[in-house]
Design a protein around this ligand. Structure first.
Ligand SMILES: Cc1ncc(COP(=O)(O)O)c(C=O)c1O
Length: 350
């Protein structure tokens, strides 16, 4: 068995999970779909329209459009901003999802030119942006910044970054895959964060735990242009309603729980902070997301997980295992390599 397979098998036996919403099967996910949902046709009408208007209202924007994936949604949104300003340069943090985990789609499909600003290991700041001399079409900010453990700037710094872009006539777009978590971290409603941006992308399947899919919210004209591009990109799947219905349930049920998730994450971080060989990043967590850097090697980690009381207890059928720490993720593996002095392996997944 490969190390990954061993760890996945161990994870499958865990009864509680600290990550996402735990392991769910098809029945759990189907339960998130209201059987009375009105169906759409190629993304028009039904529960898709209902979700779009509820999402626009929650974000305080005139309109919103549903997409099957954030990867599709954001590259199109940035293309629309670039086309309108006749400037294809987009500025982003070097560790942003758009640049790291989407196969270069913004460049290869939309002919946008990426301009990373700042250092990949820390948050972007105003000085990083001031170092950009060329005119730009858009600034993309990711809140929280996933690949550095969900850090986010304080609100005055965020406003200053947005003002920098606006002063230069650039659009400001929010990668708000985790805006729900971000807003809870700031202690303000999501609409207050969204108000800073021209366009806002939010995901329904991460912190909210729906099947898949996302919305982009913005003004009516931008959304009308996005609708055309969604069709060109093949995003008008004949039936989007299962995703939208699941998203609507998740939005209503889990968005109000974000402050609780944050409290829980901070309690977990506080409990772990003195554990030997564990570094919590950031400490305390800015949102209900954090990275745990483990001072070990992937091999030693797998061996320890194999030998842990929870794996022995569940394997031997001694009743419920003690609450497990999520045994493994790619970041931990990479970080472990970095801490152990070997070069980090780049993750192929997002
Ligand atoms: C910060 C961020 N932006 C964008 C995306 C892309 O979302 P999707 O998987 O819907 O394409 C992800 C997905 O993990 C993400 O974490």
């Amino acid at each position: 068995m490969t190390d990954d397979a061993v760890l996945e098998a161990l994870q499958a036996r865990c009864e509680r999970s600290l990550a996402w919403h735990g392991r769910r099967n098809a029945a759990d996910l189907l339960d998130s779909i209201d059987r009375a949902s009105a169906v759409d046709r190629y993304g028009e009408g039904g529960v898709v329209a209902e979700l779009e208007s509820e999402c626009a209202a929650v974000l305080g924007k005139p309109a919103a459009l549903f997409f099957p994936s954030g990867t599709m949604a954001q590259q199109i949104t940035l293309r629309v901003h670039a086309d309108r300003r006749n400037n294809r340069a987009i500025v982003f943090h070097p560790a942003c999802h758009l640049d790291r985990h989407e196969g270069g789609a913004y460049h290869r499909l939309q002919s946008l030119i990426g301009r990373p600003a700042g250092d990949q290991h820390r948050l972007l700041d105003l000085d990083d942006l001031r170092a950009v001399a060329e005119p730009i079409g858009a600034l993309v900010l990711e809140l929280p910044q996933r690949d550095i453990g969900g850090q986010q700037p304080d609100l005055p710094s965020l406003r200053a970054q947005v003002a920098w872009a606006r002063d230069r006539g650039a659009a400001v777009h929010l990668d708000g895959a985790r805006l729900w978590e971000s807003a809870a971290g700031y202690g303000v409603p999501a609409a207050q964060v969204a108000a800073l941006f021209d366009t806002v992308y939010v995901s329904f399947y991460k912190g909210l735990g729906a099947l898949a899919g996302c919305c982009v919210a913005g003004d009516e004209q931008v959304i009308a242009e996005l609708r055309e591009w969604r069709q060109r990109m093949g995003g008008t799947v004949f039936a989007l309603w299962p995703y939208a219905a699941s998203a609507l349930t998740a939005l209503r049920e889990r968005m109000p729980r974000m402050a609780d998730y944050l409290r829980h994450a901070r309690a977990i971080a506080a409990a772990l902070k003195d554990a030997e060989g564990v570094v919590v990043v950031p400490d305390p967590p800015h949102t209900s997301m954090m990275h745990l850097l483990l001072r070990t090697t992937p091999e030693a980690f797998t061996a320890a997980a194999r030998d842990s009381p929870s794996s022995r207890a569940s394997g031997a059928g001694h009743g419920p295992a003690p609450p497990p720490i999520r045994p493994y993720n790619r970041w931990n593996s990479r970080s472990a390599r970095r801490l152990a002095g070997s070069p980090p392996r780049r993750s192929a997944t997002s």
